[in-house]
Design a protein around this ligand. Structure first.
Ligand SMILES: Cc1cc2nc3c(=O)[nH]c(=O)nc-3n(C[C@H](O)[C@H](O)[C@H](O)COP(=O)(O)OP(=O)(O)OC[C@H]3O[C@@H](n4cnc5c(N)ncnc54)[C@H](O)[C@@H]3O)c2cc1C
Length: 328
């Protein structure tokens, strides 16, 4: 069987013969900010403000500005991966045609370390329990046997003049196909959130992770926001929130709330430095409860994190709501 083909320039190799590469793109972080300004006015100018705006959009799921950025990828993947990928309906796709061209002798053969037992808990997953080496060898042998045999039969039918569109259906789903895939950043983030997740099949995750590394370079601020709010962000159902409010004592919420107020003051001070005597007033204005002595101690320790003021204020509101729920 023919071995791995040469990868096109800039391609990130995926699995044994596959790859993904960026063919073209339109815009990046700038395009998101530019389109958002149409709805929010001319306000933001500096990189830090652009970052704040992009994070705000992501946090509040104001998604259309992310649709202004477009990516066109060229990817080569086994058909069973393409079957999952193609479910993402918002993309524009053009695939290699096995009606028009001859199939190529390229099949996915899993690596030993990627062969696992069927998970007992997750019907769509793999178990981490170790598969004996002989069984792994059998899996690889069968993959190779069926790939070679089916390709030989396909070639024979082709040589007999049978239509390619019919002969191709004898080929298994580990055969490689390739396509151009164009989509916008909002829908790419949706794709990545589903296909980089542990619940997605390993083979498609490889492509999603490679795609993510490309997207991150083109729109680093948007990617950072996506990572913070979507990948690492957590949402809690009503039932889960009830559990929290039943178990978390109000004093703990007060402690966190107290810290957030320090975060707000430190961030305001970082954005526009204040005189020392103004700081305590600002702290009190934002709802701080500490005495001036305690405030001075904490401030002098220099351990207060700064960040986006609006984000901290939103967190403060959430904590107040939570405290009210806890207090009944
Ligand atoms: C872990 C995992 C397991 C899966 N298991 C299965 C399975 O067992 N069987 C199976 O069939 N599929 C399965 N899928 C596929 C899944 O159900 C979705 O089809 C796929 O993830 C695409 O998601 P989407 O529709 O949100 O994305 P897209 O098609 O990209 O759509 C993006 C968004 O656009 C909107 N949209 C697009 N088209 C329409 C439309 N026609 N009507 C209304 N809104 C639309 C929706 O809001 C949608 O979320 C699985 C996916 C994952 C990630």
């Amino acid at each position: 069987m023919e071995k791995s083909s040469k990868y096109p320039e800039g391609a990130i190799p995926c699995l044994d013969h596959g790859f993904i590469r960026l063919v073209d793109h339109m815009g990046g972080d700038d395009a998101i900010v530019q389109s958002a300004r149409v709805s929010y006015g001319r306000g933001t100018k500096k990189v830090s403000q652009d970052r704040g705006l992009i994070r705000y959009l992501m946090r509040h799921r104001h998604t259309t500005p992310f649709e202004m950025v477009e990516f066109k990828f060229h990817a080569k993947m086994p058909i069973f991966v393409a079957r999952q990928w193609v479910r993402h309906r918002t993309a524009n796709i053009n695939e290699y045609s096995l009606r028009y061209s001859e199939a190529r002798d390229e099949f996915y053969i899993p690596k030993k370390e990627d062969i696992h037992f069927q998970s007992k808990l997750n019907k769509q997953g793999r178990e981490m329990e170790k598969v004996p080496d002989e069984l792994k060898e059998k899996v690889i042998k069968y993959f190779k046997e069926i790939s070679e045999k089916s390709f030989a039969l396909y070639s024979e039918l082709s040589e007999d003049g049978i239509a390619r569109e019919l002969a191709r259906s004898i080929l298994p789903v580990n055969l490689y196909t390739e396509w151009y895939w164009k989509n916008d950043l909002h829908n790419i983030f949706h794709f990545l959130s589903l296909r980089m997740d542990d619940h997605a099949q390993y083979e498609i995750r490889v492509y999603a992770n490679a795609m993510a590394s490309i997207v991150k370079k083109i729109a680093p601020i948007a990617y950072e926001a996506f990572e913070d709010y979507v990948i690492k962000g957590m949402r809690f159902s009503g039932v889960e929130q009830n559990l929290f409010t039943q178990k978390i004592p109000p004093t703990i919420i007060d402690d966190i709330l107290g810290d957030v107020i320090y975060n707000i003051v430190a961030s305001l001070h970082r954005n526009k430095p204040k005189e020392r005597d103004e700081l305590y007033l600002l702290y009190k204005k934002n709802g701080g409860q500490d005495s001036v002595e305690d405030f001075e101690l904490k401030w002098s320790a220099g351990e207060i994190r700064t960040g986006n003021v609006r984000e901290f204020r939103e967190l403060k509101q959430k904590l107040i709501r939570m405290k009210n729920d806890v207090s009944g």
